[in-house]
Write a new protein. Sequence first.
Lengths: 118, 103
Amino acid sequence: MQHFLFLLRRPPLTGADLRETLDMAMTFAAFDVAVSLLLLDDAVYCLKPGQNPPNPSLKSAAPLFAALALYDVREVWVEQESLQERGLGGMEWPIPVRLLRRCDVAALLAQADGVVSG
Amino acid sequence: MGVLHLLCASPGASSALAQCLGRVRQGDALLLLEAGVYAGLQASVHSALLTEALPAGVACYALLPDLQARGIGQGELLPGIEVIDYSGFVALAVRHNPIVTWG
């Protein structure tokens, strides 16, 4: 089974990209590809609880991430340094995540059959 | 062979290069293309990123058509950056996997 890693680097509410990237991840998973997500830099803000965007056309990112497990996207990696740089070290996670250090990210990228930058 | 990292944004406009360099390791390759070629300009303050933060054992390339489009001559680039054309790009893509786009 092929393994694809979806790389997120941008915060939520910046447009349609996040939803489209997560839709793509779930589509890959539906077609028997092992899918995992990696959140770097501002993308860690996607998992900050309590998001409440006032504009109904800009939906909160949290429900999108909650849907991932239903589609067998179970590995959501989050870089520890990205959290620390943003003061999010003690955050409550809306979904289960796996933490990794920056020095281990290169190896995680290398072992994927493909990386989709979202 | 290692990962091929693509950089298409200028370090003057985006933090993509700095973010990429923290996640690159020996055996990987970095290709500067589109506006990313500006990162290779020796005279730019941003060249410090490549000279200081590019790990050892990482080959750095710049795409010739994108240099030419921007009036950048090979002599203006940091030493150690290899200039390649589109068929060189294809050869890199065949040799390295996966390919990661950093914007």
